[in-house]
Design a protein. Structure first.
Ligand code: SAH
Length: 550
């Protein structure tokens, strides 16, 4: 069960500027927290338009919600979602002035722990209403990391019985209960049992230490249900599947899909070793049961992951939740300094590697080296990573380097898309890309200038809308004017041109000019240029290209 910690990306939701101070005070203790503000009333980290829809979406995604408004507003907003049988995230209502902290939902996911942590940051006592928690000083149904509750319904009955006056024994080793205020007695009918064995005992609160390690020595090519084989092996020894701490296998199976599926199905980490981590005398699956929980991180290494993500044009709201999730899980973050800063803030346990913008291949190789050590590595690009950005550089590095570094091919590689500058700029302006268009980089750093001229001419002749990235830089002062001269051969001077600068960033500026007016002074490296086709039109403040063509 996830425990709350300062690293959790919780959502602090506010309805107006009056709550911003309190929100920021809470945020200082929770680095990954973002303040979500009602767009029409307050400028926060993430904007939303509809409170109810927004908190329901956060709830459905399992995001802890700290709402700075009345408990009633939160309850009404979430009422329709409560019947859904999902893992419930912590939900709290907090008085706008920081004078009250009320945990509402998520008793099993640590809402009271979170309430206490927020209480500390605000200097007040939270309003804990859970009777078991108040009586025993902790939630008996949320054991610490390394332990799993066997059955929630059975657990609730156990807590009710204790609250009704019964006493309990403790069987097994439960160090976290040492300072719990439990009514203990040696001959009690009820028992807290700490055991890896599957127990069907109505009178016990059964908690499984995650102390079983499964080693898969051999994998045949048709081994598609490894999870079921492990469950069966555990059943044969009377072990609960919840006592499983990790799956381990020889490093040669690093890219095995069936092992990955099995680890996901069993909800445990997958580790790779050069030799069995214990004396395994079987050719198939071997189980090892330790006395105390096993720290999976101490066994072999993980399969490294390298994910290339797009941050979008700049603002947090235009970053996809998928990209955000990858950043939260990252151990190493690489990228050009400006973009890495855009992707932050980072936790102390995350390593950040900032480089110069031009060192792309070197950065990509470095990313593979880190991932080969078993780390979760993220390479960031602005916009979309596949558009004039790092995704291609990473694949170039793999293409060139994999013969010399076969281990790079075992890295779990993924590309997560982002909102590219042309799309973000187009949306601000209307729909200039509403019909066929092309995307060109005007930079001649990596391609000869005459290729660029030829492509512009062909795009002009084909009557495509053209989106120009990298329009101009100090090192390339004359190229933009040349490009525009070529476009003018094919387009009327009245053709609308959209200029988006720093779109999605605080200094955002959008300008609509005609091709006849367009000059190189209008653009720089932070500008996106969209030149219309023969059908691109202006309506009021909007620019669009109709979907039809004659
Ligand atoms: N991968 C990025 C593009 C990198 S090339 C993407 O998909 O957006 C860099 C060029 O993108 C800049 O020279 C500029 O033309 C454009 N660009 C990037 N971010 C921008 C923004 N926020 N506003 C306007 N143009 C931007």
């Amino acid at each position: 069960m996830a425990r709350v910690s300062a690293s959790m990306p919780m959502a602090i939701v506010i309805l107006g500027a009056g709550a911003l101070d309190t929100a920021r005070r809470i945020q200082t203790s929770f680095e990954q927290a973002r303040v979500h503000g009602l767009a029409s009333r307050v400028n926060a980290d993430i904007a939303y338009d509809d409170f109810g829809a927004h908190v329901r979406a956060l709830y459905a995604s399992g995001t802890p919600i700290v709402a700075l408004c009345s408990a009633g507003i939160v309850i009404r907003a979430l009422a329709s979602s409560l019947a859904d049988k999902i893992a419930e995230p912590p939900v709290l209502a907090i008085a706008q002035d920081g004078s009250a902290v009320v945990p509402l939902l998520g008793g099993m996911s640590g809402v009271n722990v979170l309430a206490r942590e927020i209480g500390v940051s605000l200097g007040i006592m939270p309003a804990i209403t859970t009777s078991g928690e108040l009586r025993f000083g902790q939630c008996l149904l949320a054991p610490p990391e390394g332990y799993a509750l066997a059955d929630i319904e059975q657990g609730k009955r156990f807590v009710s019985d204790l609250l009704a006056g019964e006493t309990t024994r403790i069987e097994g080793h439960a160090p976290w209960l040492d300072d719990a205020d439990l009514p203990r007695s040696g001959d009690a009918r009820l028992a807290v049992r700490i055991t890896p064995l599957a127990a069907h005992d109505e009178d016990s609160l059964v908690i499984h230490p995650r102390c079983v390690l499964a080693w898969i020595e051999h994998l045949s090519s048709d081994d598609d249900d490894v999870a079921e084989r492990i469950r069966a092996a555990m059943r044969a020894q009377g072990l609960s599947p919840l006592a499983l701490a990790a799956l381990a296998a020889p490093a040669r199976y690093m890219t095995s899909r069936s092992l990955e599926d099995a680890a996901r199905a069993l909800n445990v980490p997958l580790r790779f070793c050069d030799a069995a981590p214990f004396d395994a005398d079987t050719q198939g699956i071997a189980l090892h049961v330790s006395d105390t929980p096993v720290d999976a991180q101490s066994i072999g290494r993980a399969r490294g992951a390298l994910t290339v993500i797009g941050l979008g044009p700049g603002s947090a709201e235009l970053m996809t939740p998928a990209a955000r999730a990858v950043l939260v899980a990252a151990q190493d973050v690489l990228g050009y300094e400006t973009y890495v800063r855009m992707a932050g803030p980072f936790r102390d346990d995350q390593r950040v590697h900032m480089t110069d913008n031009r060192e792309e291949l070197q950065r990509a190789r470095h990313a593979f080296e880190l991932a080969t050590e078993g780390r979760r590595v993220v390479v960031v690009s602005s916009g979309d990573p596949g558009v004039f950005a790092m995704a291609a550089a990473v694949l170039e590095a793999l293409d060139e380097g994999r013969a010399a570094h076969p281990e790079w091919s075992a890295v779990k590689l993924a590309i997560v898309p982002g909102v590219s500058a042309s799309l973000a700029t187009a949306a601000r302006a209307g729909a200039p890309l509403g019909h066929d268009f092309c995307v060109l980089s005007l930079s001649d750093n990596l391609k000869p200038w005459d290729v660029i001229e030829k492509r512009i001419a062909h795009a002009g002749e084909a009557d495509l809308v053209m989106a120009f990235y990298n329009p101009l830089s100090k090192a390339r002062p004359w190229q933009f004017d040349r490009a525009i001269d070529i476009v003018k051969r094919y387009r009327d001077p009245h053709t609308p041109v959209v200029l988006g600068r720093d779109i999605g960033r605080p200094a955002e500026a959008l300008r609509i000019v005609t091709l006849g007016e367009l000059k190189s002074e209008h653009v720089d490296m932070r500008t996106m240029v969209i030149v219309g086709s023969s059908t691109t039109r202006v309506v009021g403040d909007w620019v669009y290209t109709p979907r039809w063509y004659e």
